[in-house]
Write a protein that binds this ligand. Structure first.
Ligand SMILES: Nc1ncnc2c1ncn2[C@@H]1O[C@H](COP(=O)(O)OP(=O)(O)OP(=O)(O)O)[C@@H](O)[C@H]1O
Ligand SMILES: [Mg+2]
Length: 141
C-alpha cells in the first residue's frame, strides 16, 4: 500500500495526474472516504489528466456518468443513493464491471453500498480528511 499526504487541491491534482499516467485500460477503481473527502475531486482531476474535455461532475443524482477519450471509455459511478446490490444490478452495473473491456475505466464512489456484488481485482483508494485542505490517500493495487 502506498500512503500519500497532500497539503492542498493542487497536490491532489498532481497526484491524480501521476495516477492517470499509470492507467492502461481495464482498471476498476474504488474510492472510499467520508462525505467531502475528495472522491469526486480526485476522479475529476484524473479524468482531466486523461484528456476528458467535458466538465466532470458528481454522478450522485444520475448514479453514473460516462466520458470518452481517444483511448478510454470511462464510467464514473456514485452508489450513495443505491441502497441495495439488487438496485445496482437493475441499473446494469455488472455490464460495466465484468464486460472485460480493456478500453474501459470504472470509478466507483460509495462502493460500500454494493460490497457483496464486487468481485475480482480493484484498485482501492481511501481518502481521509486530515484538515481543511489536507488529505491522506491510501492506494492499494
Ligand atoms: N486536498 C484536497 N483534495 C481534495 N479535495 C479537497 C482538498 N482540499 C479541499 N478539498 C475540498 O473538499 C471537497 C471534496 O468534495 P468531493 O465532492 O470531491 O468529495 P466526495 O468525497 O466526492 O464527497 P461525496 O461523498 O459527497 O461524494 C471539495 O470541496 C474540495 O474543494
Ligand atoms: Mg462524490
Amino acid at each position: 500500500m502506498e500512503t500519500i499526504i497532500v497539503k492542498n487541491l493542487k497536490e491532489t491534482k498532481e497526484l491524480a495526474s501521476k495516477f492517470a499516467k499509470l492507467l492502461v485500460g481495464g482498471e476498476k477503481i474504488i474510492l472510499s472516504g467520508d462525505l467531502g473527502a475528495g472522491k469526486t475531486t480526485f476522479t475529476k482531476y484524473v479524468l482531466e489528466a486523461l484528456g476528458v474535455k467535458d466538465t466532470v461532475t458528481s454522478p450522485t443524482f444520475t448514479i453514473m456518468r460516462e466520458y470518452k477519450t481517444k483511448r478510454f471509455k470511462i464510467y464514473h459511478f456514485d452508489m450513495y443513493r443505491i441502497s441495495s446490490s439488487a438496485e445496482a444490478l437493475e441499473f446494469g452495473l455488472d455490464d460495466y464491471l465484468y464486460a472485460g473491456d480493456s478500453n474501459s475505466l470504472v470509478f466507483i464512489e460509495w462502493a460500500e453500498n454494493i460490497q457483496d456484488i464486487l468481485e475480482g481485482k480493484f484498485i482501492n483508494i481511501k481518502i481521509s480528511i486530515e484538515s481543511d485542505d489536507r488529505r491522506k490517500f491510501e492506494i492499494s493495487r
